[in-house]
Structure formats: C-alpha cells, structure tokens
Design a protein around this ligand. Structure first.
Ligand code: CA
Ligand code: CA
Length: 85
C-alpha cells in the first residue's frame, strides 16, 4: 500500500514539476498530502533519503532546499512546485 501511494505521488509530482496539466488538479491540500507521502518517518521534513524514492524530486532537491539544511520542509516543497519558469 505504501508503495502504491509512492507511485501515485511520484506521478503527481512529475506532472507538477514538469509544468504539465496536472498542475491545475493539484491544490494546496493535495500538495500537503504529497509532501506527507514522501515524508516516510513523518517528521515534517523530506530528507535526501526520502527524496530518493522519486527521481524527479531527487534531482530538484538541492534547488528546492532553499536554506541548505539538507532537508525540504513543507514551505520549500510548495515553493518548488510553484517555480515554473
Ligand atoms: Ca522525514
Ligand atoms: Ca531546507
């Protein structure tokens, strides 16, 4: 079940990060859910280990980690998705 959720999340994130039509269907709540699905230990942060579950997230990780603490918090995660240019 966890694995299925991860795949769904990865597909959704792929759409968000690549600026496809999926953006319109992913609202703030869905983004929060997506964040939670990556945050496997539920500590409110996505670390590099957790980001490795998704190649797209992994490649965007460094860029998205605005304060360079090695983790993505929800605010950073939301900003990543909005950055579309
Ligand atoms: Ca975590
Ligand atoms: Ca950070």
């Amino acid at each position: 079940m966890k694995k299925t959720l991860g795949i769904v999340a990865a597909v959704a994130l792929l759409g968000v990060l690549s600026g496809q039509a999926a953006v319109a269907s992913v609202d703030a709540d869905a983004k929060a859910d997506l964040f939670k699905s990556f945050d496997l230990d539920s500590n409110g942060l996505i670390d590099l280990n957790e980001a490795e579950a998704d190649p797209v997230l992994q490649s965007a990780f460094e860029d998205g980690d605005a304060n360079e603490d090695g983790t993505l918090d929800l605010a950073e995660f939301q900003k990543m998705e909005m950055k579309d240019e």
